[in-house]
Design a protein around this ligand. Structure first.
Ligand code: GTP
Ligand code: MG
Length: 645
């Protein structure tokens, strides 16, 4: 088993542990009657986070550098043959995602290239299953699988105009002109995107592999530029020892990858340097020199450039040839990949989970504490009645009634707050709502179409981003007003009626603003600042806008969901404590009534309360224990990284 596979399994194991600890905590909360809408939602959030946790690795390079071969070598050697097609020249023609979604049968889903003529991005099409061609995948049959995978390299010839319409042909590019046949056609990919649903053990555990086509596909497929590559947890950039670093390699590196966390450079095909007439030391030195030169060109430390032979690595794994596998240096890359990928990913999800849990736990503890306090107070009150006469009991009744009147008048004031709350909630959505965004998208498309000049086009896109950010800012202002108002209410009920309320659940739309700024940044990187764009570049820019619009739409949808969920629960702790307090007042009154009517003896009542106090204390201990266990499960280090940490 490779290092990568082992560590990935460890990571999945950690996730499973956290899931069961979370379930135990949820059961404990439910058993002690401590759940409420806000808490349930937090728990669901954390659970979904764990269930949908994906780790994605993208393989990016010019054509024929060995991306697909490397994927075969790292992940699919157990099948005893190549799974992804590889060959000299261009092979992978469309971006290919390998993943496993158990709600579908194993299959290859293919998006026809013709969809590029429409104003929708690949992500938009993902929700429209009828547009995709679905081929079943017989995973038991290796040859059948190989045949199905060949789809990703299918091409077809279309007239130049048609290719131009898809944004795949640039008349002004002399290199492209060379590809036109006598009959005026060019070769284009048959598919725009492929999603392989494949029950491979690692994919089942949430790994997503993205294979990309070389040859400028990155620049023409906005889905890659704006989504799959920037969002990948690790990106492997592949160069080949036999071609060295070419200008187009450097362009891809600079424009789409660059250094940073989870970005690794691979120098593939070192077997082309295994010259029998040289000593191993000489060969090693040559490889080292090439690594140095790659590191310098890419402006990376040499330790971040991995010399390997994907092909020999694959062969060695299939033939169980350990010396050859070591010589291919593939295991070193696999270790580095898992070290880059897994701890970083774990840290991210860990800190998100802790945020979810900290607040939930604090509010559950507060509820438990207020229950206990109520019982203790009641005990003190009753014990103070020992040996007291009827007059004093009457007086106590009056005091409780007075407290109730005061509380009711606070509740009455809360009504007014509720109506302001409803108004502000509506205002959040006038800015954040999908209607406003759709108008913005439509307006931008119209402006782009009618603008004759590059400057006009740029301005339209610029306005689009600005407007989207303004909407977010306006909604944020409203949610801040709501937060402020709720804080005032929380404080009022805490100080005036002794309710155990901390601060309202915080809320922010910042991460969406950040994401939109990132998309804008990627867009700028792609289109630079050239003052004049050629017609094909304009077509491409429109295609990009489709993807931009789709990603911003996703952002807004998520922001809407978050805001709705928050609005639903921000009142919940207050409501829960109000409920508790009302019940408490009622109980106190009733017990004095009973003592007055001599149906209950004071001592019996005291005993019952003492019993209740004991039970609540036991519950609190168990709640704390389950909570500590959950936090420990989240904080646990993976065995492989313990030594390092
Ligand atoms: N000698 C040698 N050949 C390799 C190695 N890795 C890949 N190749 C060969 O290089 C050719 C291209 O490999 P692919 O995996 O198809 O390259 P790719 O980067 O996926 O290329 P596209 O799909 O066209 O973008 C194939 O013939 C591979 O067998 C290697 O380590 N050594
Ligand atoms: Mg390929």
């Amino acid at each position: 088993m490779s290092n990568l596979v082992r560590k990935f399994q460890e990571y999945s194991g950690w996730r499973d542990e956290v899931k069961s600890a979370l379930e135990r905590y949820r059961d404990c909360i439910a058993a002690f009657d401590l759940s409420d809408a806000a808490g349930d939602q937090r728990l669901l959030h954390a659970m979904t986070r764990l269930n949908e946790d994906k780790l994605s690795i993208a393989f990016v390079a010019e054509f024929s550098r060995g991306k697909s071969e490397l994927i075969n070598a790292i992940f699919f050697a157990d099948y005893g043959q190549r799974i992804l097609p590889t060959s000299a020249g261009r092979t992978t023609m469309c971006p290919t995602e390998l993943l496993y979604d158990e709600t579908f049968p194993p299959s290859i889903r293919l998006l026809p290239i013709e969809t590029r003529a429409e104003a929708q991005s690949t992500s938009d099409f993902k929700a429209q299953s009828h547009v995709w061609t679905v081929l079943p995948l017989d995973v038991a049959n290796g040859d059948g699988m190989l045949e199905a995978f060949k789809q990703v390299s299918l091409t077809k010839r279309v007239p130049v105009d048609e290719a131009a319409r898809y944004g795949l042909y640039d008349k002004d590019d002399p290199d492209m002109a060379l590809t036109v046949d006598e009959d005026g056609t060019v070769e284009i990919s048959q598919w725009r995107h492929a999603i392989v649903n494949f029950p491979h053990p690692l994919l089942q555990q949430g790994l997503v592999i993205v294979d990309t086509p070389g040859l400028n596909a990155i620049g023409t497929e906005p889905e890659l530029t704006l989504n799959l590559i920037p969002n990948a947890h690790a990106v492997l950039f592949i160069l080949a020892a036999d071609t060295g670093v070419t200008k187009s390699d450097i362009d891809i590196w600079r424009n789409h990858i660059g250094g940073g966390a989870g970005r690794l450079a691979v120098l593939n095909k070192i077997d082309s340097m295994w010259d029998e007439l040289r000593t191993p030391a000489e060969i090693a030195q040559q490889i080292e020199m090439q690594v140095d030169s790659v590191a310098q060109t890419l402006d990376l430390p040499t330790q971040q450039v991995f010399p390997i032979s994907a092909q020999k690595g694959l062969l060695a794994k299939i033939n169980r040839d350990a010396p050859l596998l070591a010589k291919s240096q593939l295991p070193k890359l696999e270790s580095a990949l898992s070290d880059e990928l897994i701890p970083g990913k774990q840290d991210i999800i860990r800190s998100q989970l802790l945020t979810d849990i900290e607040e939930l736990a604090a509010s559950r503890q507060a509820l438990m504490a207020s229950r206990l306090r109520n019982v203790v107070e009641q005990l003190v009150e009753l014990k103070s009645l020992r040996g007291k006469n009827r007059n004093i009991l009457d007086h106590m009744m009056k005091r409780i009634d007075m407290e109730k009147t005061e509380f009711d008048s606070s509740l009455f004031k809360l009504q007014a707050t509720r109506s302001v709350f409803a108004r502000l909630s509506n205002e959040v959505f006038t800015h954040l709502g999908m209607g406003a965004l759709k108008d913005n998208i439509r307006g931008t498309r119209d402006a782009m179409e009618s603008s004759k000049f590059t400057a006009g086009l740029r301005q339209a896109v610029k306005n689009f981003f600005q407007q989207a950010l303004d909407s977010l800012a306006a909604s944020s202002q409203k949610t801040e007003e709501i937060s402020e108002m709720m804080s005032v209410m929380y404080r009022k009920f805490s100080t005036e009626h002794g309710l155990a309320l901390a601060t309202p659940m915080p809320f922010s739309l910042d991460k969406y603003a950040k994401e939109i700024r990132l998309i804008e940044h990627l867009y700028h990187k792609q289109f630079g600042t050239a003052t004049v764009l050629t017609t094909p570049q304009v077509v491409l820019m429109q295609k990009f806008f489709d993807s931009i619009a789709s990603r911003v739409k996703q952002c807004f949808l998520q922001a809407n969901r978050d805001a709705e969920a928050w609005l639903k629960v921000v009142m919940a702790p207050l409501e829960a404590q109000i409920g508790e307090h009302k019940l408490q007042l009622k109980r106190r009154r009733k017990s004095i009534e009973k003592i007055l009517a001599a149906t209950d003896s004071l001592e019996e009542k005291v005993l019952a309360l003492e019993q209740m106090q004991f039970e609540l204390e036991t519950q609190r201990a168990q709640l704390t224990r389950t909570e500590t266990e959950l936090k420990a499960a989240i904080a646990a280090q993976l065995d492989s990284y313990k030594a390092a940490a």
